[in-house]
Design a protein around this ligand. Structure first.
Ligand code: NI
Ligand code: MN
Length: 226
């Protein structure tokens, strides 16, 4: 599975020959100015919650790529009103097998509304089981004890977690979350984009090392194999 980072919490995974794009937010991210949005591809777009820093380029990319959007019922309903009808709604704990693998929507301790104020359902994350691997993307969330349940329920190979603090877990909590998840490989997301979430990367690395978890901070535009 190849992970490609588009900045903030926007990334793609190449899975079973399909491109899964998560939380599209590129043009509003000064740090991602070298990404050409016209070149971003997707067969599926997975959306964790409604906030602008996760949906800023959702309508544009859903239109351009014709990808199937996987999101909460409320976000799917809002998309219909924007003319995007190729959607699959999920809610917390719900699972669906797609052609690339299985997706389960997971709980996130966060809020969720769209840029125009529309209620977007409950914030979520995704558990992906595909190619014999299990990958967890928490979405925006604080650390919470449900992560222990996920650690018991799944054998997680890699977790994609926010580390920026202020609106989500910081690196210290995300490292503990990785222990709750029984996962020793984390890719950090949701840091440095805005003043509120600037991270000292050396310190973040140290906090993960102390908990025997590998933290990978991928360069924007860069890739890594999961
Ligand atoms: Ni958010
Ligand atoms: Mn966010």
């Amino acid at each position: 599975m190849v992970f490609k980072f588009y900045g903030h919490s926007c990334f793609s995974l190449e899975v079973s020959g399909k491109t899964l794009l998560f939380d599209p937010f590129i043009r509003g991210n000064e740090l991602a100015k070298d990404i050409d949005i016209q070149l971003v591809q997707a067969d599926y777009i997975l959306v964790s919650h409604g906030h602008e820093d996760h949906t800023g380029d959702l309508v544009f990319l859903a239109e351009k790529t014709k990808a199937l959007v996987i999101a909460s019922w409320e976000i799917c309903s809002w998309l219909q009103k924007q003319g995007i009808t190729n959607c699959h709604p999920l809610n917390i704990g719900g699972k669906k097998v797609f052609e690339f693998g299985k997706v389960t929507m997971t709980f996130a301790a966060h809020s969720s509304s769209l840029g125009d104020g529309t209620y977007a359902g409950i914030a979520a994350g995704f558990m992906l089981e595909a190619e014999g691997k299990t990958v967890y993307y928490s979405g925006d969330t604080g650390i919470n004890s449900d992560m222990k349940l996920l650690g018991d329920r799944y054998s997680i190979d890699c977790a994609l977690l926010p580390i920026g603090g202020n609106f989500t877990m910081d690196a210290e909590d995300a490292a503990l979350a990785a222990n709750y998840l029984k996962c020793d490989k984390v890719i950090g997301l949701h840091y440095d984009t805005f003043g509120y979430i600037v991270v000292n990367q050396e310190e973040a690395m140290k906090m993960f090392r102390e908990r025997n978890v590998e933290l990978n901070l991928v360069k924007i535009g860069g890739t890594t194999v999961i």
